[in-house]
Write a protein that binds this ligand. Structure first.
Ligand code: SF4
Length: 321
């Protein structure tokens, strides 16, 4: 059992199987419901239904208009009713209200003119469109919560992107829990220390820069420190970890066994890490070996690393990359 508060994730309602789409259907996503669902609390929002457009309803789309804010308008396809102002006003209010929901992430339905995050169709003429848009609700979400991990359900079917997203969600939740309480500088230092290997896997440069920030923490006003740390950490984690960087992290971790492991065992470990680098085994194989040696030899720096013990175990993170 853990006393950690539940991870709350905002989500486009149709992905949970709610029949709120314009055609009266849904887009139930099995991975989200069956695999991720048991570990999170969903906060479902359907912007179009909540706006009062009804279900079923006339489909809507983004239309290019250079004179409109962000260059787009949201209009109904057949009757040409302009919903831009209504949706933007609704989105501002609804997203502001989400601040009370303690969200650690948001999952959006791709391609939707309301919910889509990237490459949403923007129509220039009846038969010409460009995939350059962002749904109006998604745009407001990104504006008000720049550090919140946000993904589209389609991208979560890619193992590497999915793993990256889940890591960001749980790191963000741990950081928000820390920063929303009565924290001391030493608590932030402990948090940073526990996430060093995670950070290295995403960006060595950010790992160094955040290390400098934390080293100077006592001289920085707390509100500024918290803001800068969160901004820089979440920006760093949004860069996907690569196989090469994971391998470098594992070699770095293995360096802690220089004095305590015999040469043959160190060579075995190096071989397994290189097998991973070449794509012959998944990350979980060298990771388990490093974790095993760290616990057996009681290397405190390593046993305290979240990287070696990702949340939640049952999601089998590290098995698919
Ligand atoms: S994509 Fe968004 S607006 Fe469309 S049905 Fe799903 S939740 Fe509602």
């Amino acid at each position: 059992m853990t006393d950690r508060p539940p991870v709350r994730i905002g989500i486009s309602s149709c992905l949970l199987g709610e029949a709120v789409r314009y055609d009266g259907g849904h887009k139930r996503d099995r991975f989200l419901l069956d695999t991720l669902g048991p570990f999170v609390e969903w906060v479902a929002v359907c912007p179009e239904a909540e706006l009062g457009l009804g279900t079923p309803r006339e489909p809507i789309r983004l239309v290019h208009d250079a004179a409109a804010p962000q260059g787009v308008r949201l209009v109904t396809v057949k009757t040409g009713v302009d919903l831009t102002r209504r949706m933007r006003r609704f989105a501002r209010r609804r997203v502001r209200a989400l601040a009370r929901e303690n969200l650690s992430a948001y999952i959006l339905k791709k391609d939707s003119p309301s919910c889509g995050l990237e490459r949403v169709a923007v129509w220039r003429h009846a038969d010409a469109r460009e995939r350059t848009g962002r749904g109006l609700f998604a745009e407001e979400l990104r504006r008000q919560f720049p550090n919140l991990p946000i993904e589209e359900e389609g991208r979560l079917h890619d193992a590497r992107l999915r793993e990256n997203f889940i890591v960001r969600v749980f790191v963000y939740q741990r950081l928000r829990v820390l920063l929303s309480g009565r924290w001391k500088v030493r608590d932030l230092v402990a948090f940073h220390t526990a996430h060093k290997l995670d950070l290295m896997a995403h960006s060595v440069q950010a790992y160094r820069e955040l290390g400098r920030l934390v080293a100077e923490a006592a001289q920085i006003p707390r509100a500024e420190l918290a803001r800068r740390y969160e901004d820089e950490l979440m920006a760093a984690l949004s860069r996907p970890a690569t196989r090469a960087r994971h391998a470098n992290v594992l070699h770095h971790a293995a360096g802690h066994f220089k004095q305590t492991l015999d040469a043959a065992t160190r060579q075995d470990l190096a071989t397994v890490i290189d097998d991973f680098r070449r794509g012959l085994v998944p990350l979980i194989v060298p990771l388990t070996l490093v974790d095993h040696h760290a616990r057996r030899l009681q290397v405190q720096y390593l046993t305290g690393q979240r990287y070696l013990d990702p949340d939640p175990r049952e999601l089998l993170l590290r098995n698919h990359v």
